[in-house]
Every structure is written in C-alpha cells, then in structure tokens.
Design a protein around this ligand. Structure first.
Ligand SMILES: [Zn+2]
Length: 271
C-alpha cells in the first residue's frame, strides 16, 4: 500500500510538472527562433549616437532608446534618423528623478514626488517624442534608476491606468530572464543592467542562458565607449556579432515589438 501511494504521488507530481511546463511553452517566437533578446539604451547619451547606433546599423539590428529631453540640434537630428531606420524611441521621463539614497539632488528625488508629478513628466516626454517620431501609436517606458516608487508607493499601476504607456521596463541583473509569460507584469518587465566594463563574453553568456531557457532577455545599456556605465565598443560589438550570427536561434527586436508579440500570444494578452 505504501509503495502504491508513493507511485501515485510520483505520477501526480510528474503530471503536474509536465502540465506546468506545457503551460509555460506559450510563446512562439517569429521565424522559429528559440528565444528573444531586446537591446535597450538609457538616458539619451551622445555615445549612443556616436557608437551605439552605428554598431547596431552595421549588423542590421534594432535597438530601443529610452530618452530624456535632447540637448542639441545634432542630437535631435540623430534621434530622428534612428527612428527612421526602425529603432524605437522610448520614454525615460523629463527630469529623471531618482531616490535620495542614490545621491540625487533634493529637487529631483522621487521620495518627495507625487504620482501626478511623475505622470505629468511621462506625458510631457511623450509629446516631445512625438516631435521626433510622430507615427507611433504607443510608447514604452523605462523607470529612471529602475525605481518604481514615488513618495514611498509604486506608481506602476497608475502608469498603466494612465494609458500614457503600454509596456514598462525595470532593472535586474544577469539572472533576469523572463520565462513565465502568464505572470509577467507588463509594467515591470525586468532587465539585465549591464555594469561598467562588462566583457563581451559575459554579455554573450547571458544570451546563451536566455536561449537555453527559451525565454526573453532585455539588456539595459548606458554608455557605449564612454560616459557612465561605459561598455567599450569592442565588447558591445562582440555581443552584436554573436546575435547577428545566431539570428536563427534568437529574435532580436525592439521592446515594443517583442512585448506586443508576447501580449498577443500569452494567456494574459488573450483575456
Ligand atoms: Zn536613466
């Protein structure tokens, strides 16, 4: 009797695991790819225009650039050209407020912000982006400093309800790989915050993990070959060439494209 119980328990356990694996198989990536990768770049940096975009264009891959207001005419023209080539221009707020404990100046700390204030910035920045790239039907957002809180409360739900933004990205590390698409919060999509001087091998190792898990991985870059959280061009290019060589396995697209695809395929999107 004891052995019969163990046998029945094992069968149930197996069925349970098999079923949950089947449920998680939900997403089919385009062109038979095993996984999806998104390349995102924050803070409207000049090194994106100087080094990041030319590198992406040279291998024919599209990135997502989360912008704050742009500073010069040359930069404005650069972002317009990027959008024309199919790169995505996303929203990263106007003033980039962050928590006090991250060393931000008093007037720009989210600890003292209200939801109304941050949503106003998102709305203003949407209007600015419209001047660069008018044909977009919706925008995506990256939380400044990957921080979802203002005045001690999360504003991700308010952001969703505002309808200013369709999908939003937060932070994370090299273990941030999305595999459960039914429970994924479209307003808190995790990403791999790439640290300064990360090697190309480490970037590729993340892609390999995403492929193994048949998941979705989002890179969060800052400076390319300069500025803050600098990843030298050589390391960045090593990743891009790997992605180009493995396009059969990995679908590389913008945040808006991949999230729209996930939404259309997952159970949540069908509701
Ligand atoms: Zn930022």
């Amino acid at each position: 009797m004891k052995y019969l119980c163990i046998f029945i328990f094992s069968v149930c356990l197996c069925m349970n695991v098999c079923c949950s694996q089947q449920e998680k198989k939900g997403i089919r990536w385009p062109n038979g790819a095993k996984a999806a990768i998104c390349l995102t770049y924050d803070d409207a940096m000049t090194t994106h225009l100087e080094f990041g975009l030319p590198a992406l264009d040279s291998v024919g891959l599209k990135g997502t650039f989360f912008l704050n207001p742009t500073r010069s005419r040359d930069e404005i023209l650069g972002w317009m050209a990027a959008a024309e080539k199919g790169h995505e221009l996303g929203n990263h707020s106007v003033l980039h407020p962050c928590p006090k404990n991250m060393g931000w100046p008093d007037k720009l700390i989210t600890d003292d912000y209200t939801v109304k204030q941050i949503l106003n910035e998102v709305a203003v920045q949407n209007k600015f982006l419209e001047t660069l790239d008018a044909d977009k039907t919706f925008r995506t957002y990256a939380y400044p400093c990957s921080n979802t809180m203002v005045g001690g409360l999360s504003y991700s739900k308010a952001l969703k309800e505002s309808k200013l933004i369709r999908f939003a990205r937060t932070g994370g590390n090299e273990n941030s790989i999305i595999t459960d698409f039914d429970t994924l919060n479209y307003f808190e999509v995790p990403s791999y915050e790439v640290q300064e001087y990360t090697k190309g091998e480490a970037l590729i190792s993340y892609v390999k993990k995403v492929i193994d898990k048949k998941g979705f991985g989002v890179f969060m870059f800052h400076g390319i070959n300069g500025q803050w959280f600098n990843v030298p061009s050589k390391e960045h290019r090593m990743l891009l060439e790997y992605l180009q060589d493995h396009q059969k396995d990995v679908w590389v697209a913008t945040f808006a494209e991949i999230m729209t695809h996930i939404e259309s395929q997952s159970k949540k999107g069908l509701k």
